[in-house]
Every structure is written in structure tokens, then in C-alpha cells.
Design a protein around this ligand. Structure first.
Ligand code: CTP
Length: 407
């Protein structure tokens, strides 16, 4: 169990802090809420007290004998401020201590994650951007706001990401530190395929696989948190779009193939994490297939699908990195990594993320463990952890291999 301070500043998105608090406590963390006085105009202290099981104060004059402004910060494993308003970012950047939350920030030794939410104009103002740069330079994580509907009819960058996304990213920082959400993918466009394709047999049946899309979702969420523009080509995934990421829904391998070719052309990184069917039924029945009179099953002739990864490698733009995935098992001929190295060579991609699926089940689980193999022979082991933490490890390998952003 980790001790998390949830700072809440005074914006209308403060109502989402109650849901975030719920997500963090349900994940087993001990959460202490420290709102600013203005936050309490939006959500009452009683809500935060009931959901956290801790008293809520906003100033340094309550319980003076406990020296709360020093103790809360010192004891925390993580501080998350959601929403972080323009004013809160300014006060944090200036090192002020005019309420309990900013005083806590000055005594915290742990990683700090700011989750800004405000109107687009306030976010884009040079004063705010300078404050964000200052906080990042000092080692804090400042998530980019999601793009979408704001208070009132307008929309643009400034939305608070959904509480589930913030909770997942908080877990990454708790496990791997602030560097796991470094702002190192700014100016990069990444295209990620996720999920599993379904190849129709008739109007109601298909050949499919058990890929849940969770690892691809985690890759998209973490890449967006690290500043990338992200497109997710999603094959049959029911999850809500992470972090305001653009989702292109597809069904079959052929649909995934055309979406990936359309999206990949100007991408800096292409990640094929989808489970793509290698074969599809040679023909799709126009009407539901019936049992024949003898009750014997028909055989289903199959034809080969294109290898999308190999095609994307063949038309890779200069400087573009292409990342493949491989779920492997060891057998009598060779172990998992030997098979994986052969696949990396066969596919020609720059990196191959290898999942050993011989032991336990990975499909649909929230944990994973992988090895990232590079075409130049380097390999990086990413230990078992939540899929978002594994995603952060994968992006660290990818980011270290990207050529510098063109000015
Ligand atoms: N892949 C693809 N197109 C296909 C099949 C797979 O782009 N028709 C991609 C997957 O998205 C993944 C990588 O290729 O990134 C490896 O997938 P895998 O199924 O392990 O590869 P196969 O070539 O099918 O290898 P195997 O012979 O082991 O089935």
C-alpha cells in the first residue's frame, strides 16, 4: 500500500477528483486529499473525507501541533494534483506556500504528477507554458491535457484526462519514478495497432483471437502522457479511448491493413501490437451457415492474410521506427528468445517486443512481462508489472532510438 496525496485545485474538473480518489483507494492505496480553498467551491470537504477516510483541511492553521504541512509531504510516496489549474501551476512554479497544498509540495521528496485542466487559452498562454517547463525541468511530471469538450460549448486542449487514465499513470510513476513519464515524445506521431482481428465466416460467426487490447491501450496512454500525438487502430476493443487518443476502429485483418497503411505514412513510430489473423475464410457466406442434413461439420477453406508488419517495414519512411510484437512459447527446437530473434530477422522490424506465453495466461490480464529485442542485437528485459508500467519501459527503449526531432 502506498501513501498518495491527492491535491485538488479549484477548477470545474474537481468533480472528477472524487472518481480518481475512488480509483486510487480501490487499487489499495492510502489517499490523503489536500484541496485548495477554491476547490471546495466545487466539491465539499465531506465528499473527500468520506471517500478517503481522512480529515480534509486546506490551510496550515488547523491542527497546528501536528505540523501537517510538513508531515503530509514528507510521508507521501506520490503527490498527484488533479485538476491542476493555471493558478496552482503558477504558485507551484514560484515555490509559494500560501495554502496547505503548496506548502506540502515544498516538503515532498517523492515524485509529483500535475494533471492540468483549464481553458485552452489559459493552457496555451506563455505564462502557463513557462510554469509547466519550470516544473518539468525540476523533475515533476506535468501531463499534457486531453483534447476535447471543455466547460461550456467550446473544445480544445485543456480537458482533464479520465480518472481511470490518471490512476493508471499514477501507478506507473509509483512503480518506476517520474522518469517513466518523461516528456520525451513531444512532436512525435505514433500509430499503434491493438486488439485482435475477426475474420467473418457468415453474418454471425467469425474466426477470432483472445487479445484484449489492454497492452496496446497502455502503450497509447503512456505515449500520450509523454507528449506524443497518438492514433490507435483498434481491432474489436470495447475499452473507452484512452486520454483523448484518436481511435480508428477496424474489424478484419484487411481493414486493419488499410488503416495502418493510411496512418503510418507520416508516423515517427509504428507499433503492431494487434493480434492479426494469419488466415481468413476463403469466402464469407452471405446468409447464416446451416448444419448440413447429416449433421457433419463442413470444412472451412482458408486463405492467407497479408503480413501487415512486414509490409510496413518494407515501406518504412526514413527515420521511422517499426515495432513488432511476438507472443512466443519455447519448444523442443529452441527457447522463446531464439524463436523471437528468428522472427525479428524474418520480419525486419527495428524492435520486437517478446511475450513468453508458455507459462501463465497473458490474455486479458492487467500484468505483463516482456523482453524488447533490437535488430542490432541489444535486448532489454522489462520485469513483470502493470501493463502501463511495461508500456513505459517499452517507450523508454523506443525513445532512446529515435533520431532527434527536426527543427
Ligand atoms: N502480424 C501482422 N500481420 C499478420 C500477422 C502478424 O502484421 N498477418 C504482426 C503482429 O501484429 C505482430 C507480429 O506480426 O506484431 C508477430 O505476430 P505473430 O503472430 O507472432 O507472427 P507470425 O508471423 O504470424 O508468426 P508465427 O509463425 O509464429 O505465427
Amino acid at each position: 500500500m502506498s501513501r498518495i496525496v491527492l491535491g485538488v485545485s479549484g477548477g470545474v474538473a474537481a468533480y472528477k477528483a472524487a472518481l480518481l480518489l475512488r480509483a486510487l483507494t480501490e487499487a489499495g492505496h492510502d489517499v490523503r486529499v489536500v484541496p485548495t480553498p477554491s476547490a471546495l467551491h466545487f466539491v465539499g470537504a465531506a465528499t473527500f473525507e468520506a471517500l478517503s477516510g481522512h480529515p480534509v483541511t486546506t490551510d496550515v492553521w488547523s491542527d497546528v501541533d501536528e505540523v501537517a504541512h510538513v508531515r503530509i509531504g514528507q510521508e507521501a510516496d506520490l503527490v498527484v494534483i488533479a485538476p491542476a489549474t493555471a493558478d496552482l501551476l503558477a504558485r507551484a512554479a514560484a515555490g509559494r506556500a500560501d495554502d496547505l497544498l503548496t506548502a506540502t509540495l515544498l516538503t515532498a521528496h517523492c515524485p509529483v504528477v500535475f494533471v492540468p485542466a483549464m481553458h485552452t487559452e489559459m493552457w496555451l498562454h506563455p505564462a502557463t507554458q513557462d510554469n509547466v517547463a519550470t516544473l518539468r525541468r525540476r523533475g515533476s511530471v506535468v501531463l499534457p491535457p486531453a483534447v476535447g469538450r471543455l466547460t461550456g460549448p467550446d473544445s480544445g486542449p485543456g480537458r482533464l484526462p479520465e480518472p481511470a487514465d490518471i490512476a493508471a499513470l499514477a501507478t506507473v510513476v509509483l512503480g518506476s519514478g517520474a522518469a517513466a513519464l518523461a516528456h520525451d515524445l513531444t512532436g512525435r506521431r505514433v500509430v499503434i495497432s491493438a486488439g485482435g482481428t475477426r475474420e467473418p465466416l457468415d453474418p454471425v460467426r467469425y474466426l477470432g483471437n483472445r487479445s484484449s487490447g489492454k497492452q496496446g491501450w497502455a502503450l497509447a496512454r503512456v505515449a500520450a502522457a509523454r507528449g506524443a500525438e497518438v492514433v490507435l487502430v483498434a481491432a474489436n476493443v470495447e475499452l473507452p479511448a484512452p486520454f483523448g487518443v484518436g481511435v480508428v476502429p477496424v474489424g478484419t485483418a484487411e481493414e486493419l491493413r488499410s488503416a495502418m497503411h493510411a496512418q503510418a505514412a507520416d508516423a515517427d513510430v509504428v507499433v503492431m501490437s494487434a493480434a492479426v489473423a494469419d488466415f481468413r475464410p476463403a469466402s464469407v457466406a452471405g446468409a447464416k451457415m446451416k448444419k448440413d442434413s447429416a449433421g457433419e461439420p463442413d470444412s472451412v477453406p482458408l486463405v492467407r492474410n497479408a503480413d501487415v508488419l512486414a509490409e510496413l517495414v518494407a515501406k518504412r519512411a526514413p527515420g521511422q521506427l517499426v515495432v513488432g510484437f511476438a507472443a512466443e512459447t519455447g519448444d523442443a527446437d529452441a527457447d522463446v528468445l531464439t524463436h523471437a530473434r528468428a522472427k525479428l530477422a524474418r520480419k525486419g522490424c527495428d524492435l520486437l517486443v517478446v511475450n513468453d506465453v508458455s507459462g501463465d495466461l497473458v490474455f486479458g490480464q492487467s500484468d505483463n512481462a516482456v523482453v524488447v529485442l533490437a535488430a542490432d542485437g541489444e535486448s532489454t528485459e522489462i520485469p513483470r508489472g502493470p501493463k502501463d508500467t511495461v508500456a513505459a519501459g517499452i517507450w523508454t527503449v523506443v525513445a532512446s532510438r529515435l533520431s532527434p526531432v527536426q527543427a
